[in-house]
Write a protein that binds this ligand. Structure first.
Ligand code: DC
Length: 650
């Protein structure tokens, strides 16, 4: 499973140019394809959902040419789709599936429409019912009311009134409205039930208007497509930035100080999700807006929770669920039943994953209540599952302002925002981390602990985790050579580091992990790749505010490659052996200098010659040779380097 580990963040500021809106991109593509004339579409979103739509159009014999840099040339068919028999695979793209179903059902032809398994669990019955009222011939190939669908040519009734339910997904109404000009006669759509996600209908009507079709409407109840309506290319059309994608960055500004500015949406946007900015403002965020940009900053007094009917911002409202963790008082999101039929059951997914972080959540049929963390109930690092849902991945990135977090399958953001995590990194700043790697007995443990104390940072003795793993494996009767067995032990370690003492499964083991036998065992288990992998997130979970000093062998190379300062601390084997010898003498223990030296050299060889994460000085690590330095001088040198590195970051 792919994952991305986010350290705790200290602040966010900067500017992000948003990718094109998914909703607008796919509407524009379909209307350009149905229109008379050639349309040049600029700033089109490059994502899974638009790729599915483009593929489908090409399969249908329509010309779609990539002009580069987000521009596409679409050859319109003037309402007459060239290929009359085709099988279309539409992945999990609801914005392609629903409108294509409507358009192809009315265009007349023999089409099979299918998607991924989740798409086959997303309802489409209300749209099919509406199309059948017009005479369309549609068969469910799987479950009644769900894709996949078989469409056959049929005599389409001319005009009249079609009644469609609007309380499950607004995409049914959108699909019908966009397809109706293909009939050429006046048709009125009456909405049954409370229409949800109304702003998406605004996008539909605005986009249809750009292609020359004006829909006459009575509020949200009735929409009439006039006789003779036909789509005509506007020539060139620009796709607005994605207002739902903007929500993550605006929330980052509101949580992480800001200002964070998004470009591509603003006051003049046709997307309802720009009203997310108002919700954030209600939480206390400072919002500024221009025609084509929005900016968010944190309020001096901090954010406060809110209770909100989210019907008008169904997608962006998800961002409020994780922003709520950084507010005073609880947040309640109401009227979000549509979340249950999206890429995943988003209410259930949100509740489950917030729960993993130790958050108190209440899940209702159509609401979610989130209680922010507190001293008694702090956020705990966790690996978050994303359910192939781009918004889950993006929402949970905000959590990094409270705790290190692992996001599983971050690639799912490709649905709407392929480079989300790169942009995230551009506007956020992680808490500082100093890595001190080096061979055994080089003094790095002592130096690291003192540097951490001087700076008030956390301290990670990563070697202790390998020692604990060796000890726990031995106690569990798992041989040190049993890679899978030891990796399981490593993944399940129940460890508490507390003021110089280490507890394993509740037992004090500070002494037990320092014996010669366990030192040898640690070196063995540390060479096993599965064991190292099992300990990665546990180590990264230490990367919290105000900062961290990590000591080990691969801190700078593998665990914290983006560290603020990387040091390779070493001394010659002779000097290290003499130091260890003196320590043992002071402790009144028997010691043999030659044996200590031989043992050190053997361990050095094992640590530096193993294939995974071998001990070596990274190109970007500073060398600190302590042959002629005492502890004080070494600590002073690290602190000087750190001050320089921190200054450069400002
Ligand atoms: O630093 P130490 O002596 O406590 O480390 C114990 C063992 O764990 C040692 O053999 C090297 C290994 N180790 C490692 O492979 N990677 C780390 N980051 C830290 C220690």
């Amino acid at each position: 499973m792919e994952f991305i580990d986010l350290p705790q963040m200290t602040s966010a500021s900067g500017t992000v140019r948003l990718p094109g809106s998914k909703s607008i991109s796919n509407r524009v593509l379909l209307l350009a394809a149905l229109a008379e004339g050639v349309t040049e579409v600029r700033d089109l979103l490059a994502s899974d959902d638009t790729a599915r739509m483009l593929e489908a159009l090409q399969t249908l014999g329509l010309s779609a040419t990539d002009l580069g840099d987000g521009a596409w040339r679409i050859g319109g068919c003037g309402g007459s789709i060239p290929v009359r028999q085709a099988e279309l695979f539409l992945g999990n793209a609801g914005t392609a599936f629903r409108p294509l179903t409507a358009a192809l059902a009315l265009a007349g032809g023999d089409y099979l429409l299918k998607g991924v398994a989740r798409m086959h669990e997303r309802p489409i019955g209300d749209l099919v019912d509406g199309l059948r009222q017009l005479g369309a011939d549609i068969t469910y190939l799987g479950n009644e009311g769900y894709p996949p669908l078989q469409l056959k040519p049929a005599a389409i009734r001319s005009g009249g009134v079609v009644r469609v339910r609007g309380d499950v997904s607004s995409q049914f109404l959108t699909g019908l409205l966009m397809a109706l000009p293909l009939t050429g006669v006046e048709t009125t759509v009456e909405v049954v039930g409370e229409l949800i996600s109304k702003p998406y209908i605004e996008i539909t009507l605005a986009t249809m208007a750009r292609f020359g079709v004006r829909v006459l409407r009575q509020g949200w109840q009735s929409f009439t497509v006039p006789a003779g309506a036909r789509y005509v290319s506007p020539g060139t059309i620009y796709v607005e930035g994605d207002a739902s994608s903007a929500s993550y960055f605006l929330a980052l500004g509101a949580i992480g100080g800001g200002p964070v500015r998004v470009e591509g949406v603003g006051q003049d946007s046709i997307q309802g999700d720009v009203r997310f900015a108002e919700a954030l403002e209600q939480m206390g965020a400072v919002i500024a807006m221009g025609p084509n940009w929005i900016e968010a900053s944190a309020p001096a007094e901090g954010l406060k929770g809110l209770t909100l009917d989210c019907n008008h911002i169904p997608d962006a409202a998800m961002t409020l669920a994780t922003a709520a963790l950084f507010a005073r008082g609880e947040t309640r999101l109401d009227n979000i039943a549509s979340w249950r039929v999206k890429e995943t059951d988003r209410i259930a997914a949100m509740a489950k994953e917030l729960g993993k972080l130790g958050v108190l959540v209440e899940e209702g049929p159509d609401y979610l209540r989130v209680v922010p963390p507190s001293a008694e109930r702090p956020l705990t690092p966790a690996a978050i599952d994303t359910y192939d849902d781009h918004r889950m991945a993006m929402c949970f990135s905000l959590v990094a302002f409270g705790t290190p977090v692992r996001i599983n399958d971050p690639g799912c953001t490709a649905k709407t925002f392929p480079d989300y995590f790169e942009r995230f990194a551009q506007v956020t700043r992680p808490v500082p981390v100093i890595t001190i790697d080096g061979p055994t007995a080089s003094g790095k443990g002592t130096v690291s602990a003192r540097v951490a104390a001087a700076l008030g940072f956390h301290y990670l003795d990563s070697g202790a985790l390998y020692r604990l793993t060796a000890l726990a494996a031995r106690e569990a009767g798992v041989a040190w050579e049993d890679e899978a067995g030891v990796a399981r032990v490593a993944a399940g370690l129940d460890v508490v580091f507390r003021e110089g003492s280490v507890l394993l499964h509740g037992q004090e083991v500070s002494e037990a992990i320092r014996t010669e036998a366990i030192s040898a065992g640690a070196s063995r288990v540390a060479a096993l790749p599965a064991v190292r992998a099992a300990l990665v997130f546990r180590q990264r979970a230490f990367h919290r505010g105000p900062g961290l000093v990590g000591d080990g062998r691969d801190m700078g190379s593998v665990i914290f490659p983006g560290a603020t300062l990387k040091i390779f601390l070493t001394a010659s084997a002779q000097v290290r052996a003499e130091r260890r010898y003196k320590q043992l003498q002071v402790a009144g223990q028997q010691a043999d200098l030659a044996a200590i030296l031989a043992d050190l050299q053997a361990r050095d060889a094992r640590d530096s010659q193993r294939p995974v994460a071998p001990l070596r000085q990274e190109a970007d690590a500073l060398l600190l040779d302590t042959d002629h330095l005492d502890i004080e001088a070494a600590v002073g040198q690290v602190l000087d380097w750190y001050r320089d590195a921190a200054k450069k970051l400002q």
